[in-house]
Design a protein around this ligand. Structure first.
Ligand SMILES: NC(=O)c1ccc[n+]([C@@H]2O[C@H](COP(=O)([O-])OP(=O)(O)OC[C@H]3O[C@@H](n4cnc5c(N)ncnc54)[C@H](OP(=O)(O)O)[C@@H]3O)[C@@H](O)[C@H]2O)c1
Length: 306
């Protein structure tokens, strides 16, 4: 199953290159979503994912799961695949595992989780728990959450990769104070993916982390692309600037996501998405044109001016 999926993906990647498309504009067959390659393999993923922190932490047997199931189903029906979760997100892994089982979507989803544990034994136990909660024997990506104990967890993740229990390994942060440590890890180790915070009003990752990822061939998932409610609060009551239409942007969430996505190092932002209408809206950022360098500067100036 896995090999088949990879072969299909590799085929579409090669086909797109043959058609003369740049990697940043690779299109999936049919769904019109921009896809981006994971540099370590060339496999492509749709360029907008879903984050599950906070909103997927609900009682697994409660009515609160239904809207989340509908959101994931809508996201997948529109071509989305990347879903990010973590053992630290309360019941989110269990809820997501149930949703994937009930919808039969496990094989269509690029499933990302994390490990946040000190010491090898604790790491092994937490990862075993993730497999159980997610109801799967293969997780596509496990990343070291907030750079907790990479010395113990990286060898463990490498072994899991060798055993084909995971396909990619990486590390995450959302704190600028950890950028120095993340940079050192990216230079010292071979990572497939990093996840870092980056938003139109929080651009520090673009100074060193994103260029380094590009140079080292590391895929970049972006967390908190809206700064949670921060950017929405900033633009409340305001219309989009007319130049947003130049890059096919129809809503504020798309404005924020297209900014992030148009950085050449970025593979896939994972906005927290717990409503069907959010899934539709956010995936719209992976359609149509993206802002160029001059338009990106205009976006920054506009936001900085508020
Ligand atoms: N260190 C780490 O590894 C780390 C740290 C932080 C986050 N993450 C990951 O990154 C993901 C994203 O971060 P986040 O969820 O904290 O923040 P975020 O993506 O910046 O913001 C998510 C919030 O934006 C609102 N939203 C989303 N789509 C919208 C739309 N189309 N229209 C209007 N509002 C919309 C929702 O608010 P409401 O739900 O209130 O409506 C949602 O909770 C997390 O879910 C998690 O998977 C990882």
């Amino acid at each position: 199953m896995k090999l088949h999926r990879r072969a299909v993906l590799a085929g579409s990647f090669a086909g797109s290159l043959a058609a003369g498309l740049l990697p940043g504009r690779l299109l999936a067959q049919g769904d019109g979503l921009i896809r981006r390659p994971i540099p370590s393999t060339g496999e492509t993923v749709p360029a907008i994912g879903i984050g599950t922190s906070r909103r997927y932490d609900v009682a697994p047997d409660s009515d609160a799961v239904a809207p989340l199931r509908e959101t994931v189903a809508k996201f997948a029906s529109l071509g989305g695949t990347v879903i990010d979760t973590a053992p630290d997100y309360g019941r989110a892994e269990e809820v997501l595992g149930r949703i994937l089982k009930e919808t039969g979507l496990r094989e269509k989803v690029f499933l990302c989780s994390k490990v946040a544990a000190r010491g090898r034994e604790a790491g092994e136990a937490q990862i075993a728990q993730s497999f159980r909660r997610l109801g799967t024997d293969r997780i596509d990506l496990i990343a070291i959450h907030n750079l907790i104990d990479p010395q113990a967890q990286l060898p463990l993740l490498r072994e899991l990769k060798d055993k084909q229990r995971i396909r990619y390994l990486g590390a995450t942060t959302w704190a600028e104070g950890q950028y120095g440590d993340l940079e050192a890890l990216m230079k010292a180790e071979k990572l497939d993916v990093i996840q870092v915070n980056y938003a139109v009003d929080a651009r520090k990752a673009a100074e060193r982390i994103l260029p380094l990822a590009k140079e080292r061939g590391i895929a970049v998932m972006v967390n908190v692309p809206f700064g949670r409610e921060r950017l929405f609060t900033l633009v409340r009551g305001r219309d989009l600037p007319p130049f947003a239409a130049e890059f096919d942007c129809k809503t504020w969430p798309q404005f924020f996501l297209k900014y992030v996505l148009s950085h050449e190092a970025v593979t896939c932002p994972v906005p927290g998405t717990a409503q069907v209408r959010y899934a539709e809206d956010n995936l719209g950022a992976a359609r149509g044109r993206l802002p160029d360098a001059a338009q990106r500067r205009k976006m920054e100036e506009f936001i900085d001016g508020l």
